[in-house]
Design a protein around this ligand. Structure first.
Ligand code: FES
Ligand code: FES
Length: 154
């Protein structure tokens, strides 16, 4: 049975009515029109649906809306702006990473928290942090270079 939930997303409070088991991803995309998080696998295997919950990356495809509570959600839409892009966004452009672009939400949202917590990571640490992300277009090498580049700009 549907229930009412109050969600704080990108600094705004939204009221939504949904079944408690509804994945957060569906609510963000279908109810709030926030289409940066993507449906890739639906099984927490690819990362395309990643958002931040209280500053930590989560896979919204397997996160029931009823588990969010008072947590603050951030999507890629709030990571940077065209006028003031996040260093990762700048680096992605400079390294010409995107191909189809479908996976990029997951890489950026995962790397953003990693770089926030690791100012001078080694190549091995970067690789390890992003190992659970999938890109069907094979941009992995370029994505790792972009994250490395972002560490020099941050
Ligand atoms: S869609 Fe959520 S991890 Fe793949
Ligand atoms: S750029 Fe196409 S899936 Fe990654």
């Amino acid at each position: 049975m549907s229930e009412k939930f109050s969600l704080t997303v990108n600094g705004s409070v939204h009221s939504v009515t949904a079944d408690p088991d509804t994945p957060l991803l569906y609510v963000l995309r279908d109810d709030l029109g926030l289409n940066n998080p993507h449906f890739g696998c639906g099984l927490a295997q690819c990362g395309a649906c990643t958002v931040h919950l209280d500053g930590q990356p989560i896979r919204s495809c397997i996160t029931p809306i009823s588990t969010i509570g008072d947590g603050k959600i951030t999507t890629l839409a709030a990571l940077g702006t065209p006028e003031k892009p996040h260093p990762l966004q700048t680096a992605y452009i400079e390294e010409q990473v995107p191909q189809c672009g479908y996976c990029i939400n997951g890489w950026l949202m995962t790397a953003a928290t990693f770089l926030r917590d690791n100012k001078k990571p080694t190549d091995a640490q970067i690789k390890d942090a992003l190992v659970d992300l999938i890109c069907r277009c094979g941009t992995h090498g370029a994505a790792l270079r972009a994250v490395k580049r972002a560490t020099q700009q941050a």
